[in-house]
Design a protein around this ligand. Structure first.
Ligand code: TYM
Length: 332
């Protein structure tokens, strides 16, 4: 068995990018509950301007959507980060392991800090230390694999560096994890700006497919996707033709084909977009249906999260206690 851990941040409605890049891999991991842990990482949502009621609503919605996507609480542990204190307890020890320089180099920090500054908001200190809390999320569980989209690669690399450094200084404490990415659609791009990642907190929503979008909305967004001008038919070239490459990747992820081979079957973008729209609508249909059922019974989701937090705590506590002892703190 491989211990896996991953998380999603409740900063917006979940997107097709979240689903294809991460959540689908979580659902496919057929596991024992103690070996697969999935987390709504609500503390991470506080690192940028946030509205308390919205974070609460989105946390509940993310948990409901993860269950609707097929996570089975009998085969995995689903919980909310802030319910398990071990994450923040461990984060402090890792802040004493990481350096200011390595955190300032994180691409996501640089992008988000620039955005916060431009909008006149200060940059929260927690935005800088975000990857340390993420490392704590992962290391607290002896995680071996972290199924994530491509954009999290640098954060998982940092997590590995911190684990190795801590182990070298204080004796073997942490398992050194590795990131795993899906073969296609590890980075789904925005349909209106195919040079940017499809992100759940972007302001212009025309290029973002949300898991709960109605079929007509999905179709409209896909049919209006920006494609590339250029000679010849449809080709799969991420550099030169990012718009069509993105559509082919999404189609391949939905239907199981190879994006380059799929490209040969199309003369023009109209037919490609129609097929992508159909495939995405069919992919999301069961998720939307199951979400509607679960949303009608919020008590059930709460029960799953409470059970999950209990199981997660029991797994994390011994690891974090070991780290506290190793770094030189007295037993309680
Ligand atoms: P978040 O909430 O931004 O995204 C959740 C997961 O979805 C993936 N993802 C994508 N994959 C492909 N294409 C896209 N356009 C796309 N957008 C998002 C992300 O890679 C991620 O796997 N820092 C993390 C949350 C986190 C975490 C952790 C993850 C906190 N602690 C510990 C793993 C382990 C984040 O912001 O994900």
């Amino acid at each position: 068995m491989t211990r896996i851990f991953s998380g999603v941040k409740p900063t917006g409605h979940l997107t097709l990018g979240n689903y294809l890049g991460a959540v689908r891999q979580w659902v496919a991991a057929d596991q024992e509950p103690d070996e697969a842990l999935f987390c709504v990482v609500d503390l991470h949502a506080l690192t940028v301007e946030h509205e308390p009621a919205r974070v609460r609503r989105l946390s509940r919605q993310a948990a409901t959507l993860l269950l609707a996507s097929g996570l089975d609480p009998r085969r995995c542990t689903l919980f909310v980060q802030s319910h398990v204190d071990e994450h923040t307890r461990l984060a402090y020890l890792l802040e004493c392991t990481a350096t200011d320089g390595e955190l300032r180099r994180m691409i996501q920090y640089r992008e988000k800090a620039a955005r916060a500054q431009a909008s006149g908001d200060g940059v929260r200190l927690s935005l800088l230390t975000y990857p340390v809390l993420m490392a704590a999320d992962i290391l607290a569980y002896g995680t071996q694999e972290v199924p994530v989209g491509e954009d999290q690669r640098q954060h998982v690399e940092l997590t590995r560096d911190l684990a190795v450094r801590f182990n070298q200084r204080y004796g073997h404490t942490f398992t050194v994890p590795k990131a795993t990415h899906p073969a296609v659609a590890a980075r789904v791009m925005d349909l209106q700006d195919p040079t940017a990642k499809m992100g759940k907190s972007h302001e212009n929503t025309a290029g973002i497919v949300y898991l709960l979008d109605e079929p007509e909305v999905v179709r409209r967004k896909v049919m209006r996707a920006v494609t590339d001008s250029g000679e010849g038919g449809v080709v799969h070239d991420r550099e030169a033709r990012p718009g069509s490459a993105n559509l082919l990747d999404v189609l391949a992820a939905c239907t199981g084909g190879d994006p380059k081979v799929l490209a040969d079957g199309y003369q023009g973008y109209g037919a490609l977009k129609r097929d992508v729209a159909d495939a995405v609508v069919e992919l999301l249909r069961p998720v939307r249906e199951r979400h509607a059922e679960l949303a009608a019974d919020p008590g059930e989701v709460e029960r799953v999260l409470r059970d999950g937090a209990g199981r997660a705590r029991a797994l994390a506590r011994p690891v974090v206690d070991r780290a506290y002892a190793a770094i030189g703190l007295l037993d309680r």
